[in-house]
Ligand binder design. Structure first.
Ligand SMILES: Nc1nc2c(ncn2[C@@H]2O[C@H](COP(=O)(O)OP(=O)(O)OP(=O)(O)O)[C@@H](O)[C@H]2O)c(=O)[nH]1
Ligand SMILES: [Mg+2]
Length: 528
């Protein structure tokens, strides 16, 4: 056999920052570097690989992803047998550019039949920042006739296994050429034969690279057995009539483990999936390999920081509820590592609407943004009973704001628009001590910016009087025309006030007293 055939060239390509060099050094030096400089020149390492007593010389090329150095890349990847098309699972652009990189691999080749493509989803340790689903990665791999792998370059075992597996796969796929086995049968069986058929224990190498080791009956797999498929995934279980029975255990190439039900080779029904590297466990239902239905995912890598959490026996970040197509989607409850709890509706791994309980004991019900922050319309409150009463009377309040005084709310309620976790937009704020030294409840209905009263808003007082004013950061805005209106509905009386009167009234923190002396009430409100 010529030396030429025994050499295998692997090229690592993909956008800048996806982790090519990190992977390269992890394989070469068993070391994780997180401070590598951007690659500007190609880098090469050589290693040996042994397969079925044959030595292979492996040449691995690291290339620059940055646009400025791409001319070099296209030269250095000439005559590559195995391409690692690498993307970063947290970066959509890096995934979308794979198509470009794929095309580059074929610039100078007249026939890419013998090129082995592996699509590598890197940085799997950044699970919570993942935005490219495996489904997307797998679909792209299928499109280019390649294989899909998800890895993290922070873990040496993971990367070693990845390289070994891909090289092995490549060799198996090209066995005929490499071993000159053109006339040999590639289906090889090594084991017991009874009555001319496989019976008892035996080992079988399949043409497609699968390997089965286990029991046989009348030529079919039957009983205990392990299959290592051509992807490097290991299936252990009880076989019946040549296929795996429902309850099985799979050890994936990246170390992940699945224990549970299988139907037609795919995870279906109840199962437990352990993301070994990430220290995350999913227990629940699957459909066609995806998390689908009810389930629970525990992030053992994230401890919950919450004072009273022990009473619930929850120590790790977890979500319990509905899943759809491998994502957290539907109704569920999420216990975050910062102690926040969200019970509500989720979509695409994120909450969109629900009840939020904060560690500071405040609560929120309403719309949320991707990060679980208050965004949109909602009610912010402290006392569960207040919320209940408020919610039941919301129609009345919308019609007549003074109804709110009758509800006897104990703490505070804000009902309205949020943006960026803060009151932003229109809302109603009902609270005690809205002004210092003032011990009565007041309602503000109007506009907020960054949590503060701003622009147009009205203050409503106990006695059905109200003040219409312009606001700036919680203060009456004295930059405006200086005229404010105090309406005394009950007395059919309107008093115009100038800025100074109101500024001194609010800012001098005078106590407002709603009079026992009805006759002088207006004066008291204003000047006491
Ligand atoms: N969390 C995490 N970070 C990674 C991983 N792999 C690489 N990184 C980080 O990603 C950044 C870029 O890594 P590089 O290996 O330099 O990227 P590259 O693809 O070689 O980039 P170019 O040389 O510019 O083409 C570095 O900060 C690495 O530490 C990984 O698996 N997990
Ligand atoms: Mg690099």
């Amino acid at each position: 056999m010529s030396n030429k055939i025994n050499k295998i060239k692997i090229s690592l390509i993909g956008e800048s920052d996806v982790g090519k060099s990190t992977m390269f050094y992890q394989y070469d030096e068993n070391e994780y570097y997180n401070d590598l400089l951007m690659t500007t020149m190609s880098d090469t390492i050589y290693t040996n690989f042994n397969y079925e007593n044959k030595e292979f010389l492996i040449e691995i090329i690291d290339t620059p992803g940055n646009e400025r150095f791409r001319t070099i890349t296209s030269i250095f990847i000439n005559n590559t047998q195995i391409f690692f098309l690498i993307y970063d699972i947290t970066n959509r652009n890096s995934f979308e550019k794979l198509d470009y990189w794929y095309k580059m691999t074929c610039l100078n080749c007249n026939n890419n039949q013998n090129i082995f493509y592996s699509v590598i989803a890197n940085k799997s340790d950044l699970y919570d920042k993942k935005i490219i689903s495996n489904e997307e990665g797998i679909n792209f791999a299928k499109k280019i006739n390649g294989y899909f792998f998800e890895v993290t370059s922070t873990d040496n075992k993971n990367i070693t296994k990845l390289f070994q597996n891909i090289i092995k796969k490549y060799i198996i796929k090209n066995k005929k050429n490499i071993f000159n086995e053109v006339n040999k049968k590639s289906n090889q069986y090594n084991g017991q034969i009874i009555n001319g058929k496989k019976n008892g224990f035996g080992k079988m190498n399949y043409e497609n690279g699968d390997l089965y080791e286990g029991n046989w009956k009348d030529g079919l797999r039957e009983g205990e057995g392990t299959l290592i498929n051509n992807n490097g995934d290991k299936y252990y279980g009880i076989w019946e009539n040549d296929s795996l029975k429902d309850k099985i255990e799979i050890e994936y190439i990246n170390g992940d483990i699945y224990k549970g039900n299988l139907k037609e080779g795919k995870k279906n029904g109840f199962g437990i999936y352990t993301y070994k590297l990430l220290n995350i466990v999913y227990e629940g239902y699957f459909e066609n390999d995806f998390k689908n239905g009810k389930g629970k995912i525990t992030f053992f890598n994230k401890r919950i920081n919450r004072r009273n959490i022990d009473s619930n026996n929850i120590n790790y970040e977890l979500y319990e509820g509905d899943f759809l197509n491998d994502k957290i989607e539907g109704n569920g409850i999420y216990y975050y590592d910062d102690g926040k709890i969200i019970e509500g509706i989720f979509k695409n791994n994120k909450p969109i609407k629900g009840h939020v309980i904060y560690t500071n004991d405040k609560k929120y019900y309403g719309e949320l943004d991707d990060d679980g922050n208050k965004n949109g319309k909602g009610i912010y409150y402290k006392n569960e009973n207040d919320y209940k009463i408020f919610n039941e009377n919301i129609d009345k309040i919308n019609e007549d704001i003074f109804e709110l005084f009758k509800l006897n709310i104990q703490d505070f309620i804000y009902y309205g628009e949020f943006n960026n976790n803060k009151k932003n937009g229109n809302g109603i704020l009902y609270m005690k001590n809205m002004f210092k030294n003032y011990d009565k409840y007041v309602i503000y209905k109007g506009n907020f910016i960054n949590g503060l009263k701003n622009n147009n808003g009205t203050l409503y007082f106990y006695d059905k009087s109200y003040l219409i004013a312009k606001w700036r950061n919680n203060e009456i805005n004295n930059n405006e025309d200086g005229i404010f209106y105090l309406y005394y509905i009950s007395r059919d009386f309107i008093k115009k006030l100038n800025t100074d009167e109101w500024i001194s009234y609010i800012n001098n923190k005078k106590k407002i007293v709603y009079g026992n002396n009805k006759k002088n009430r207006a004066q008291k409100v204003l000047y006491r």
